[in-house]
Ligand binder design. Structure first.
Ligand code: DX5
Ligand code: ZN
Length: 222
């Protein structure tokens, strides 16, 4: 069974002490830190931007897996690079020139990712698959934590698994939304290599984080 990365989404963390929360999930075994940036326009919710990410950067050495739910993206790419983002993932619907955006992300020194909403087909990846390092399958409609997992997205994961295998490249296949001890094994069986989880990681407070992360890993279900 392939190794699976766990990327806790800090959308479910205590925003009053984000630095402490990031240190806690780092020590609890997180592989990456998933940071949801929302603009109240592309999605119906607001979070934070580069200045907050920059202040969080010294709190961990783990990669910052930044999920942009903003439109437009291009004017902000350099600000996210400067703030310390390692992976920058965008939605194709956020702008008219996806390929140009992905090139700009790479040129700014980050790994480009593409996020697919539940109604966005896997095929949109095809023309840009050689230009990306991560595909993010949204298993909820983006905007809020704590929503129910949309099972139909597992078929899209299987399709993307086949497409990625054909490239022979190590593209991360990540899933985001409604992941927990019950849905994570299904996503792993379908072929994901990274699990994003917000509410399932942060429930119960810092003393529960290590156990919460463990229940999302494949070995727990073997
Ligand atoms: C939703 C975000 C997710 C969210 C997941 O728009 O992209 O990363 O935080 O939260 P849970 O794991 O609670 O569904
Ligand atoms: Zn996300």
């Amino acid at each position: 069974m392939r190794d699976v990365l766990i990327s806790p989404s800090i959308l479910s963390a205590d925003f009053a002490c984000l630095g402490e929360e990031i240190r806690a999930i780092d020590h609890a075994g997180a592989d990456m830190i998933h940071i949801d940036v929302m603009d109240g326009h592309f999605v119906p919710n607001l979070t934070f931007g580069p200045p907050v990410i920059e202040k969080l950067r010294p709190h961990t050495k783990k990669p910052f897996d930044v999920h942009l739910m903003i439109a437009p993206v291009d004017p902000f790419i350099h600000a996210f690079a400067k703030a310390g983002a390692n992976i920058l993932t965008v939605h194709p619907e956020a702008g008219p020139h996806l390929h140009r955006t992905l090139q700009a992300i790479r040129a700014a020194g980050m790994k480009p990712g593409v996020a697919l909403n539940p109604a966005t087909p896997a095929s949109i990846i095809e023309p840009v698959i050689d230009d990306i390092d991560l595909v993010l399958v949204m298993s909820v409609n983006p905007g809020f934590g704590g929503q129910a997992f949309i099972e139909s997205q597992l078929r899209k994961v299987e399709q993307l698994r086949r497409m990625i295998d054909q490239t022979g490249r190590d593209i991360i296949l990540e899933i985001d939304g409604g992941l927990n001890a019950e849905t994570s094994p299904k996503a792993i069986a379908a072929g994901v290599t990274a699990i994003v989880a917000g509410s399932a990681v942060f429930k119960g407070g810092p003393t529960a984080y290590a156990d919460n992360i463990r229940t999302l890993r494949p070995s727990v279900h073997a």
